[in-house]
Design a protein around this ligand. Sequence first.
Ligand code: ADP
Length: 238
Amino acid sequence: EPDPSSAPAGPSSAPPAIRARGLEKRYEGGRITALYDLDLDVAQGEFVAICGPSGCGKSTLLNMLSAIDRPDAGRIEVCGQDVADLSSREADLFRTLTVGLVFQLHNLLPNLTALENVQVPMMAAGLAPGERVSRAGALLDCVGLGDRAAALPPVLSGGERQRVAIARALANRPRVLLADEPTGALDSKTGDRLFDLLAELQRDLHTTLVVVTHDAAIAARAGRVLHMLDGRIDTQSS
Ligand code: ADP
C-alpha cells in the first residue's frame, strides 16, 4: 500500500502538469497550419485522451509538449518548466528526466536485451550500474515481463515490445507520460491490458497521462477526452 503521507498533492494545490497558451505551428513556409491558437491545461495526475481526425494536429501537439519540435508562437510549461525555447541540449535533458514518451514505433534497440533497453534512459541520467539494473528489473516486473528480461526484442511479441517501451519510458520516473496511439499495433485484449497498467501508474505514482488515441474504448477510460479539429481543441467531455 502506498504511504498516504508521501502521496503527491491533489490537482487543486499542485502546479499544472501542462499549461499551453496560444500555440501555433505552421509547416511548408506557412501554407499548412498544424496548430492554431491552442490552449491546454492538464492537472498533475490527470489522464487525458486526445482524439480527432487524421491531420488535425495531434502528433504535432505531442511533439511540442515533448520539446521534440518547437512552436512558432505561444507558451508551453510542463511541470513548471518553460519548454517552448529550450536549446537542443536542454530539450534532451527534459525528455530524459521529466517526460516519458511511448510512440507506436517504439524503436527498441534490437541488439540489447529487454533489461538493457530499459536502462538506456538511465544511462543518460547518469545512474550507477547497480541502481540501473535493479530499477530496470523492477520496471519489467511491473509491466509483467520480469521473466523476459534477457530476451532480445526480435523474439518478443508486439505487445511485449510495447510493454518494454513503456518500462523504458518510465525509467527515470517521469511526471508526465506522453503516448501516441500506444495500442495501435496491438490486438484489443493486449491493448486493454496495457491500459490497465497505465491506470495503475496513474493511481500509484500519480503520473500524468496524455494519450493520443483513435480507440473509443481507451478514450472511455480517460478522465477527460479532448477532441481536436483543424489544429485546435474543439470540444471536451469527461
Ligand atoms: P495528426 O497527428 O492529428 O494526424 P499531425 O500533427 O501529424 O496530425 O499533422 C497536422 C498537419 O500538419 C497535417 O496537415 C500534416 O500534413 C501537417 N504536418 C505535420 N508534420 C509535418 C511536417 N513535418 N511537414 C509538413 N507538414 C506537416
